[in-house]
Design a protein around this ligand. Structure first.
Ligand code: ADP
Length: 347
């Protein structure tokens, strides 16, 4: 049924509100874009797998979907005889697709590339992708605390239950009890889209990378109201709050008598990143507590392996759980849904 270029078979897409994620399989790895965000995964023919080669990753902004269509046309579909002159696939081509865009853009892919989506459920794919990574990819999960990244050995017999927190445009929190056994128990609309959207409005920056770069150079204490600001520099030790704990995100802006223009965009970006990460860490912890889950895995493209984000989330989980629960991150964080869709070829 497939008519991919000779070395590439299998393509899965996760078309989200902000980003399109692609996972495809290349038998020799030549067509693999060694992407900035996800490293390729080598698949060997052991354990009964019929595939041997590399899993490759790519991402595009959903608003620039034409770039994605071009990438698929030139890198993944046949270059030669099996393609019509207008670049569409000759035969009916089945591609796995998940995310809201699998519905929204189904006609576009059919019309432009001759691709018919085989749609997979979004939550099912997220969980499938996380389980696939945790079970098959060594050095996938890690903790990040006090500037130290430590890989976590996953015991396959003691993986479940866990809490999966996917931070995309919005945030989903899913209790995972096994393969295909899961329940979406919570979520929040204050996610990566909020960070990017508010960040663009407040700092006038144009892209996520620019906003991250800004936040990297900022100081949140310029704009966040700290416990010490209220207590005159001392801790509120009776309830365990240090003077540097944030009492109110963006709270200083009330009393500073400053306008937005008076703040450095770097500091605004930093406060915003801290606010969103802290909030997600805290909601995740509360949900872990609700179901007595000790392990929380964080995924989604919001994280982007950024130390400051991971540190903030880890500290929030550690602080609220008094060290009982553990925040863990995934090397292929942004590709859970796409990997889950890919894994569904084996159904
Ligand atoms: P979705 O499936 O909802 O698009 P993702 O897991 O792809 O979710 O994450 C999208 C979020 O990732 C954005 O809201 C933004 O915070 C962050 N992000 C990371 N890299 C980028 C990028 N290059 N462009 C836009 N957003 C990005």
């Amino acid at each position: 049924d497939f008519r991919f270029s000779s070395q590439i078979s299998h393509l899965a897409l996760d078309i989200g509100g902000t980003l399109i994620k692609l996972v495809y399989f290349s038998s020799n790895g030549d067509h693999c874009e060694e992407s900035r965000d996800g490293t390729s995964i080598v698949v060997r023919n052991n354990g009964g797998s019929v595939l041997q080669g590399k899993l490759c990753f790519a991402k595009f902004e959903t608003r620039k979907i034409d770039d994605c269509l071009e990438f698929i046309r030139f890198n993944i579909l046949h270059h030669s005889g099996d393609q019509h002159q207008n670049g569409t696939a000759c035969d009916k081509l089945t591609v796995k697709a998940t995310g809201g865009g699998a519905f929204k853009f189904a006609d576009l892919f059919k019309e432009k590339l001759g691709i018919v989506f085989d749609k997979e459920d979004e939550m099912h794919c997220l969980v499938g992708g996380a389980n696939f990574l945790l079970k098959t990819v060594p050095r996938e999960a890690f903790t990040y605390l006090d500037g130290q990244k430590e890989f976590v050995e996953i015991d396959h017999n003691d993986l479940y239950p866990y809490l999966l927190v996917n931070i995309g445009s919005g945030v989903s929190m899913i209790k995972v009890d096994g393969d295909g056994e899961y329940e979406r128990i919570s979520g929040t609309s204050l996610g990566g889209g909020t960070f990017l959207g508010l960040g663009k409005l407040l700092t006038k920056c144009k892209s996520f990378d620019e906003l991250l770069e800004l936040s990297h150079h900022g100081n949140n204490r310029v704009i966040d109201m700290l416990v010490g600001d209220i207590y005159g520099g001392t801790d509120y030790s009776k309830i365990g709050l240090s003077s540097t704990a944030i009492a109110s995100s963006f709270g200083k802006a009330i009393s500073d008598g400053k306008e937005l223009e008076d703040y450095q965009p770097e500091d605004v970006a930093r406060s915003l990143l801290r606010m969103i990460s802290n909030n997600i860490g805290q909601i995740a912890y509360l949900n872990a507590l609700r179901f007595d889950l000790k392990r929380i895995f964080f995924g989604g493209f919001f994280i982007r392996g950024l130390e400051y984000t991971m540190d903030t989330i880890s500290v929030a989980v550690h602080f609220w759980s008094r060290g009982e629960a553990k925040a863990m991150f995934l090397t292929h964080e942004g590709f859970l849904g796409a990997l889950g869709a890919f894994a569904s070829y084996n159904k």
